[in-house]
Ligand binder design. Structure first.
Ligand code: OFO
Length: 165
């Protein structure tokens, strides 16, 4: 059985994952209207992944006797000045999500809720990967700057990344 504290914290994470999904969906749509098909595909996939992260917590919370709440969400930003700005925000957002997962892990330990602690390990591992991936992409785009030829090649790389994932 879950404590109220853990239930509230998991519901908060459900909202964060749902908002992540919306943020990446808005980025996918923006990229699609700005000619970078590979980037757009990649962000659509990221959005799907975040929705999967959200669903996983919903299932866990309900199975443990809590009630997962589906709530309203903050509206995502719909426009970016540059792709660089967009990927900076992806990276910052993943850092923020990692911090929030770490807080959750901390709460589960103080509450001695080892089932939730165990469940969260998947998210800890996932965040290491997502943060690292966002950083690699950001480093690349920082190298390219606004060079059109560079962006074209970068987009092809992103397309390949979506085929590998
Ligand atoms: Fe990339 O955030 Fe979910 O966990």
């Amino acid at each position: 059985m879950l404590s109220k504290n853990i239930e509230t914290a998991l519901n908060n994470q459900i909202r964060i994952e749902a908002e992540s999904s919306q943020i990446y969906l808005a980025m996918a749509s923006w990229a699609e209207t700005h000619g970078l098909e590979g980037v757009s595909k990649f962000m659509y996939l990221q959005s799907d992944e975040e929705r999967m992260h959200m669903l996983k917590i919903i299932k866990f919370l309900n199975e443990r006797g809590g009630h997962a709440k589906v709530t309203d969400l903050l509206a995502p930003k719909t426009n970016y000045a540059t792709f660089k700005e967009m990927f900076e925000e992806v990276y910052q957002h993943e850092v923020f999500v990692s911090e929030s997962i770490n807080d959750l892990v901390h709460i589960s330990l103080t509450e001695k809720d080892y089932a939730t602690h165990n469940f969260l390990q998947w998210y800890v591992a996932e965040q290491i990967e997502e943060e690292a991936q966002a950083k690699v992409i950001l480093d690349k785009i920082n190298l390219i700057g606004d060079d059109k030829g560079g962006l074209y090649l970068f987009d092809r790389d992103m397309q390949e990344l979506t085929q590998r994932n």
